[in-house]
Design a protein around this ligand. Sequence first.
Ligand code: B1M
Length: 209
Amino acid sequence: MSIETVNDLVIRGKAKLVPAAVQEALDEGCDATALLDTMIAAMDVVGENFKNGDIFVPEMLISAKAMKKGVEVLKPHLSSGATGALGKVVIGTVAGDLHDIGKNLVAMMIESAGFEIIDLGVDVPVEKFVAAAGENENVKIVAVSALLTTTMPAMQATVAAINAAPWRGNVKVMVGGAPITQEFADKIGADAYTPDAASAAKRAKELVA
Ligand code: B1M
């Protein structure tokens, strides 16, 4: 089973076929990171098709399901040594935003780097981020994801609320997601911006070193 087949099955939203295709590609010696990259590239195609009016929300959703199924198969190959020894990371997608594939990848890689993950899910209100970061022991990082330009203000509000919390000095704030830039991260007062899951895990370790 080729890497192109996996890419094609995700674009076509074939959730039932993707796990076996990914497993077969792995068995044939395909690199797990390359398989992840091809699924991310597939979602970019899906996004373009949506933007061009060739597909609609339901098709985007079934491709997302297909990718999630593929990531489940890849997970043991991408993450290792989850110890939680570096402390806790509170992670979530901001209020109004339902995109979670990127956030889940970031959580998986950060967990694998040695942190314990408190995953708040999607559409997370500002207060929930603040409560989770303030009330749990040993939280070292709050990681905030947004995928829509329309939810960037919710990210700004979330970071502002964290910045105003009395315990702010004890945590670092990381932000990311397709529309987010370093410039925006600086503007809203986040400690770090990273463009992808692998760099997020690397940066998380640096932030607590
Ligand atoms: Co939506 N959607 N979507 N969507 N969707 C995008 C984001 C879009 C770019 C598509 C397009 O038009 N080309 C567009 C946004 C345009 C914009 O804001 N400028 C869009 C739109 C418009 C919408 C709706 C408004 C559509 C509508 O209803 N009319 C709607 C909004 C719903 C809502 O959230 N309120 C909507 C809905 C959906 C679905 C629910 C159908 C589905 C999501 C399902 C799910 O996530 N469970 C969906 C999907 C699948 C997409 C695309 C096609 C794929 C997203 C994805 O999973 N990519 C997307 C197009 C695209 O991204 N190319 C699109 C793969 C994933 C691995 O990448 O999430 O970017 P990504 O994560 C990356 C990095 O961004 C980074 O790391 C990851 C890679 O390693 N990263 C971080 C992410 N978070 C990070 C945090 C960090 C650090 C890095 O630190 C804390």
